[in-house]
Design a binder for this molecule. Structure first.
Ligand code: FES
Length: 239
């Protein structure tokens, strides 16, 4: 694989051809916020928080789905980018019912953390306050559509790591919902293995374990790297 050279915030760096811009930024300690990205899962490019500016293009690009190219000149923290990131977060908060004070993930929520990092102290848009249901039919877990930001981490981990493909997305745009088994109640899903991977990767309080109280629920992502590394090394094969 050949090496490419690019410039990030005025500094010349090298990267492997085929790497995503986001992985190169992280390799070089450049902290770009993300929500839909999670190491070990395929990229979706949905949340747009990882936007960067590329010289010669007026369009902002999501770094998680942009491959590095020779000679790229990248800016990651211009005033324009900071303003857009804050605006994206405000729109996420306005779209559903993210009331942190009564959320089980209060204090451990990635959306809340990103908003605080971006200096978001109010929302300039009308709250839509959709009347969305909860699904508490599963023995151990709950789905609250009100907290969902449609990052699809649950869909991807269930499909790509657990192999069950219980989760999917129904509908379009603002009316999209994550669903289990063609929109059956989660508790009656024939494909769900109750592994809980979807709950652990969910960045907000959309998926949580029953019995967890407010601010008690901490999610762990480490298992993902552990499973993927083990598979790569054939650690659990019988031969
Ligand atoms: Fe890149 Fe969400 S992390 S678009």
């Amino acid at each position: 694989m050949s090496v490419v050279t690019l410039t990030i915030n005025g500094e010349t760096v090298s990267a492997q051809e085929g790497q995503t811009l986001l992985s190169v930024l992280r390799d070089h300690g450049v902290d770009v916020p993300t929500l839909c990205h999670l190491d070990g899962l395929s990229e979706r490019g949905g949340c747009r928080l990882c936007l960067v500016e590329l010289a010669g293009s007026n369009k902002l690009q999501a770094s998680c789905v942009t491959a590095v190219q020779e000679g790229m000149v990248v800016q990651t923290h211009t005033d324009r980018l900071l303003a857009y990131r804050k605006q994206i977060l405000e729109m996420l908060f306005a779209e559903r019912n993210h009331v942190c004070a009564v959320c089980v993930m209060n204090g451990n929520c990635e959306l809340q953390w990103q908003a605080a990092q971006a200096g978001m102290d109010h929302v300039r848009y009308d709250y839509l306050h959709p009347d969305l249901p909860m699904d508490a039919s599963h023995d151990r877990f709950v789905l609250d559509h009100n907290r969902c930001i449609l990052c699809t981490r649950c869909v991807r981990v269930c499909d790509e790591v657990e192999g069950a493909h219980t989760w999917d997305v129904m509908g379009r745009g603002i009316n999209s919902l994550v669903i289990t088994d063609l929109h059956q109640p989660w508790g009656s899903s024939a494909s769900c293995t109750s592994c809980g991977k979807c709950v652990q990767v969910c960045p907000t309080g959309a998926l949580f374990a029953k019995g967890a109280t407010v601010a008690e629920m901490e999610k762990q992502h480490d298992f993902l790297r552990w499973i993927l590394d083990g598979r790569e090394k054939n650690q659990w094969s019988r031969t």
